[in-house]
Design a binder for this molecule. Sequence first.
Ligand SMILES: [Mg+2]
Length: 220
Amino acid sequence: MSIYDTLVVLDFDRTLFDTAAFHQDYLLPHIGRQFDLSTAQFPPHFTPPSEHGFFDAFQHIRTLRPEVSETTIARWAATLPPADFLLPGTATFLTHLAAQHIPHLILTVGSPQFQRFKLQLSALTATLPAHIIEDISKVQVVRAAYQNDGLFHWLMNGEEELRAKQIVLVDDRLSHLEGLPMYAQGFWLKMAAKPAERARPIPPGVQPIDSLLELLQVVE
Ligand SMILES: [Mg+2]
């Protein structure tokens, strides 16, 4: 089994994906038409109930329209057209990683159904290995992947295990990078980070970057 130098672990929302534009220009108009809901009922800048909470649009429809079944929502979501809401630099970055055979995956927090829906909107992210977590932290996932042999062991797709000497974690949320072990490198992508994130202190060892393209020098 080959051992890679670097495994790149990418956040999805506001790191690869323009979540704010997606809500405003795609999700809300489609939901409004289908379920007769106004943007006032469905604020684009929805605040999750807790710091580790997340917005699940499908669950939110069910809260506002209890008579609509999960199956109805899933069937409707499957009819929505593909769309490109990738942030500037994402396509170039992912294409470059693939061309250089640098292993990379998505690690995202949220509800599996809604996260999978967003991932599948664009072919570039639909085809990447993606891990969706709900109730454990990213730091816990990174720690669990580190084994006694000093390598990261990561199940990429089902059974295929990848081994890497170092891990690079990219996120727009500083809380996801807090407490990272020494053997992991954290990068805070500022580009689409929420204002509250920009006001927080940057955790020790975490490097701020303005664009994903800055990482290309790090991982090569
Ligand atoms: Mg994010």
